[in-house]
Design a protein around this ligand. Structure first.
Ligand SMILES: [Zn+2]
Ligand SMILES: [Zn+2]
Length: 99
């Protein structure tokens, strides 16, 4: 699958990264002040991480969910780099595979 249209957005959580989700939400993930990855898990089941170690944080997050949730979907995952005002940041995403 192709890379989502990640773009920088100003939100009430700070400068983050969003994409066109397909539901009515504008999911924004904002790195913490130290640059460590932050994430947003959208109501529609898509999740993305933005910041340092985004891929690692996503992998850990999904593993924890798989261990604790009864009905966890299979995901398609990927990673990209997005240019933010403070410099390039890593973006990692996991979108449920449509059944
Ligand atoms: Zn939504
Ligand atoms: Zn959504």
């Amino acid at each position: 699958m192709s890379t989502p249209d990640f773009r920088v957005i100003e939100s009430d959580k700070g400068t983050g990264v969003t994409y066109t989700c397909g539901c009515t939400c504008v999911p924004v993930a904002v790195p913490d002040p130290a640059g460590q990855a932050g994430f947003e898990h959208c109501c529609c089941g898509k999740v993305h991480f933005v910041g340092r170690d985004a891929s690692k944080a996503l992998t850990t997050y999904l593993a924890e969910r798989k261990a604790t949730k009864k009905r966890e979907p299979e995901y398609t995952t990927g990673a990209a780099t997005v240019a933010m005002p403070a410099g390039d940041v890593e973006v990692a995403w996991a979108f449920p595979i449509e059944a």
